[in-house]
Design a binder for this molecule. Structure first.
Ligand code: SF4
Length: 328
């Protein structure tokens, strides 16, 4: 039976979000799946899962809007820098903005009551709904039996009896459904979110504390060792050849630091404004520390846009000096 009302699905690529889409499609609803992308959670795996399961997925970049959530989440962070409750609320709010242009009537997601400690408790789910500003338009097909009726149910667009009653951390029912729908490829829950990673979160927190959170600084977070030189300046040093290559592709007008006569890591100085001599010497000393070909002292070239026309001679920093400045 073709249903008259359409919905937008928040899609993560995880099994539950795939099952929510499949369940609604089987009931005859037209479902539009969306993935809101930022550098913290990239679309690649979700696209892969969507393709494998024949789900048409739209990816939308939301970084500028998401930064506001990340900087000041009303419900705080999880174990690391993951503001899961606010993040879900934000996603629903973004999805709601698509309702008119897509001709959809309500929103769905694959949340399961009590599955994850923070974001899927009943009070947290209520908070998500409240934050989204579209509380009354949300349906959670996998556990709606336990939840208060929202507009789509009260209006009869969705029959509550057809919604499911999955709850808790067990996965058996989802695995049975996966078998039934032929779903074999999906992403691990939260596996793709860097905000749940402790090391990534520390580097992110440092940017936040120093009010340097923007596109230019975020792009470096997944590469290299990071050092805080002072309030305004940080240094990133590549850990291996692959990272040096990634870093060199990312740089625009940052100062690059590199040993002159020996192969070794690349250093990128991130700072708005002119870099001081002290900062350069510190950056060069750290870069030398990670160059095994240098004994103690060496010449280091530096400049913008890989025009490494300036040379300074510095001593290698000691392990203790480097540790003191490392963001860890
Ligand atoms: S794990 Fe990451 S993407 Fe998922 S809700 Fe939490 S912060 Fe958002």
């Amino acid at each position: 039976m073709i249903r008259q009302h359409k919905c937008i699905a928040l899609f993560s690529g995880g099994l539950d979000s795939i099952l929510a889409v499949k369940h609604m499609e089987r009931l005859g609803y037209q479902v539009k799946a969306v993935f809101f992308e930022t550098p913290f959670f990239e679309a690649e795996s979700a696209l892969q899962a969507a393709k494998a399961n024949e789900i048409d997925l739209q990816v939308i970049d939301v970084l500028p809007q998401y930064l506001q959530v990340l900087e000041n989440p009303r419900y705080g962070y999880g174990k690391n820098m993951n503001p899961c409750v606010d993040c879900h609320g934000f996603m629903f709010r973004m999805a709601a903005e698509l309702l008119t242009e897509t001709g959809a009537d309500f929103l769905i997601s694959g949340e399961v009551l009590g599955q994850r400690p923070m974001s899927q408790r009943k009070d947290a789910m209520n908070a998500v709904a409240k934050l989204s500003g579209v509380k009354d338009l949300l349906v959670r097909p996998l556990c709606q039996q336990f939840l208060a009726d929202t507009l789509p149910i009260r209006e009869g667009w969705v029959d509550k009896a057809e919604m499911l009653d999955i709850q808790g951390r067990g996965r058996q029912r989802q695995l049975d459904m996966a078998r039934e729908f032929g779903v074999t490829e999906f992403q691990n829950p939260a596996g793709g979110c860097k905000l749940t990673d402790i090391k990534y979160s520390r580097k992110l927190k440092d940017l936040l504390l120093h009010k340097q959170l923007n596109d230019d600084t975020i792009k470096y977070l997944k590469y290299g060792r990071h050092f805080r030189l002072n309030e305004h300046t940080k240094l990133i040093v590549g850990r291996d050849k692959a990272e040096n290559e990634h870093l060199s592709l990312l740089t625009t007008d940052e100062i690059v630091v590199k040993t002159v006569d020996f192969h070794g890591p690349l250093g990128i100085i991130c700072k708005t404004g002119t870099v001081t001599e002290t900062e350069l010497k510190t950056a060069a000393g750290i870069v030398l520390r990670y160059n095994n070909n240098v004994d103690n002292e060496a010449e280091v070239a530096w400049g913008e846009n890989f025009s490494l026309n300036n040379i300074i001679k510095v001593e290698k920093y000691t392990p203790a000096e480097v540790q003191e400045l490392m963001i860890k």
